[in-house]
Design a binder for this molecule. Structure first.
Ligand code: PLP
Length: 405
């Protein structure tokens, strides 16, 4: 049991807490599911970009899936080996492409023909060959929230199978491009296996076709997206996931790359916030807390559900509950952490709400909206807590403006 009360006393509120032991268990589960196969687990840095979190996966032998050059630099800084770093994303600037080639990472994921030509151009100017992979969009409905669905042609991501073939053939002939990987990623928070299996099958067939053209694909990158339990979802087990992918590959000699983000870090993260006060508008009950949408955007952005545990500072009975909205101090009606949630009636100022499964897309999506400093981040490992990012001060927030007034 984590002593949330002590952590708030020690580090203040609001606060993010990460259970590194849980992260390690999830990493080990995935590795075990693919045992006996060549595997690279490339952690999706955007899900939680804290350097200490990345460093923790580096120590386990993980790689990194990055969607900006900033993330590539974070990964390198945290100790991820360059040959385990992938650069993905639908739009990369020439500067980002140049730096990725110079830093000699594993490969750059291409998401359009236009992008391929830019990469070829940059590589040529540098006089260095660029290793590439193509993100193929299998046009399969991942059956998840539309904002985190990426595998349909109506989404902006990847290229269709026919386009990918043209890209591979062009790249094979180019002096400056070396196709080494094949990639798909159909969405996030996937809870059904069949869209993954169908995608793997389609892309696996493409892999065979490319091999028949003597395009030497060494990496079969199946993306991330494995869902986690926020409420009562039934999700995909690593074992079933691995079986679905391995059965498609048969005896093809490739390294499998996974790009999990949420699966590794969501359930091991907690967002702690404290009660400011309660108010009623007519019959509607609101609990105003010190945490807000700038700290944890998922409820506002996706209507996402996070389980919340209520901890009182006083020795009182919390069993009687009534429905309330849990809202933050930000000047937006969309600023809430939960709606129509059963909250103990005895809750009062200073009590702590533990928002669970907040380790992925929590802090990494946070902002300074309303001139609120981003909160501190704390690692928990083997029962010991340590700070891994300071709470931002007012001086931090104005540092880049101050000199101009
Ligand atoms: C966001 C993203 C991931 C990680 O998705 P999760 O749902 O967090 O596992 C992996 N690969 C790519 C290309 C992504 O954009």
């Amino acid at each position: 049991m984590i002593n949330f009360k002590n952590l708030v006393e020690k580090y203040g509120s609001p606060l993010y807490i990460y259970d590194f032991n849980h992260f390690n268990e999830r990493f080990a589960e995935l590795r075990k599911a693919f045992r006996g196969n060549k595997l690279l687990i490339a952690y999706a840095v955007k899900s939680n970009s804290n350097l200490s979190v990345i460093k923790n996966f580096a120590k386990l032998g993980g790689g990194a899936d990055c969607v900006s050059i900033g993330e590539v630099k974070r990964a390198l800084k945290a100790g991820i080996e360059k040959y385990r770093i992938i650069f993905s994303g639908v739009g990369k600037s020439d500067n980002e492409i140049r730096e990725a080639i110079e830093r000699d990472i594993l490969f750059i994921n291409i998401e359009s023909e236009a992008e391929m030509l830019r990469i070829e151009n940059v590589a040529k100017n540098l006089g260095r060959e660029a290793r590439i992979s193509v993100r193929v969009n299998p046009n399969i409905d991942p059956q998840t929230h539309p904002y985190i669905s990426t595998g349909l042609h109506e989404n902006k991501f990847g290229v269709d199978i026919e386009t990918s073939k043209r890209i591979y053939i062009y790249a094979k002939r180019s002096e400056w491009l070396k196709p080494v990987g094949l990639h798909f990623h159909i969405g996030s928070q996937l809870t059904k296996l069949s869209p993954i299996r169908d995608s793997a099958e389609k892309i696996g067939n493409l892999l065979r076709h490319l091999k028949s053209l003597e395009i030497d694909i060494k990496f079969f990158d199946v993306g991330g997206g494995i869902g986690v339990k926020y409420c009562d979802e039934v999700t995909i087990s690593p074992k079933d996931y691995a079986e679905a992918i391995l059965s498609v590959l048969g005896n093809l000699d490739v390294t499998i790359i996974l790009e999990p983000g949420r699966f590794l870090v969501a359930n091991g993260g907690y967002f702690l916030t404290s009660v400011l006060y309660e108010k009623k508008n007519g019959n509607k009950r609101f609990i105003v807390v010190d945490g807000a949408m700038n700290d944890l955007l998922r409820p506002s952005l996706y209507g996402a559900f996070h389980d919340i545990e209520f901890i009182s500072n006083k020795d009182i009975d919390l069993s009687e509950k009534s429905s309330a909205d849990i809202v933050g101090p930000i000047c937006e009606s969309g600023d809430f952490l939960a709606k129509n949630r059963d909250v103990p009636v005895a809750i009062s100022h200073g009590d702590i709400f533990v928002v669970k499964s907040a380790g992925a897309y929590g802090f990494s999506m946070s902002s300074n909206y309303n001139t609120r400093g981003r909160v501190a981040e704390i690692a928990l490992e083997n029962g010991v807590d340590r700070i891994i990012r300071d709470r931002e001060t007012f001086e931090d927030l104005i540092a880049l403006e101050d000199k101009y007034i």
